[in-house]
Design a protein around this ligand. Structure first.
Ligand code: G3P
Length: 220
């Protein structure tokens, strides 16, 4: 179980989060955070990061496959074997077909892997909720990697995403992400009904990780 509110950090494939630097980043988060954080390291670093931290670790992606001949895919079982507690699915930078998302969620459930299904609008968030994941993360692609946060730029849409998800399945928790950089962004996200945020560049590219973490946790 992941306690709330939660801050999830997607390392993506930034140079700053690769290999030893990814490990350093993880140690820095662990050292300075006082609330509930989850880290999503790069795929090749997953096992090392799990071994090197007490923080919950999620994968960034898995495919809807079972062991066998699937060259270059990410096997959910492999992510479990590496020690991950959960996985992101359908990030807008690595989308899946609807049927595949459904298959992945069901495979992950079967092996006790938590799921965060990303969705780019409220309708997609509702559809994702219908698959029964642990979390739906609403992320408008146009704000990803920018400096204006989803909670500031699209508060009404975040609220709508939360409402639509809850109408489908009240047990599914909602996160939002894109452009989240500071405590105000997190505070607004929570006021809009989410249980936390999913962010990347705000942490991975931070010049002062301690300050950034303190700021993000300011109202938690
Ligand atoms: O998965 C998180 C992400 O897409 C948001 O990225 O850099 O806008 O925090 P960023």
């Amino acid at each position: 179980m992941i306690s709330e509110p939660v801050i999830m950090v997607n390392y993506k494939t930034y140079r700053e989060s690769l290999g030893d630097r990814g490990m350093e980043l993880t140690r820095a988060i662990e050292r300075h955070c006082t609330k509930n954080w989850v880290v999503c390291p790069q795929a090749v670093d997953l096992r090392d990061v799990v071994k090197g931290t007490e923080l919950p670790v999620f994968a960034q992606h898995v495919d809807g496959i079972e062991p066998g001949s699937h060259t270059g895919h990410t096997l959910p079982e492999a992510v479990v074997d590496a020690g991950a507690m959960g996985t992101l699915i359908n990030h807008s930078e690595n989308t899946l077909e609807l049927w595949e998302i459904e298959k992945v969620v069901s495979l992950c459930k079967g092996m006790g892997l938590m799921t965060v299904v990303c969705a780019n609008n409220p309708a997609a968030s509702a559809a994702a909720a219908g698959m029964g994941p642990d979390f739906v993360a609403y992320e408008p692609p146009e704000l990803i990697g920018g400096d204006i946060s989803v909670s500031t730029a699209k508060p009404e849409v975040v609220k709508e995403a939360v409402e639509r998800v809850k109408r489908v399945d009240a047990n599914v928790k909602v996160l939002c992400g894109a452009g989240v950089k500071n405590g105000d962004d997190v505070k607004i996200a929570l006021e809009l009904g989410t249980v936390g945020v999913l962010l990347a560049s705000g942490i991975v590219k931070s010049k002062n990780i301690e300050e950034t973490i303190q700021d993000l946790e300011r109202y938690l």
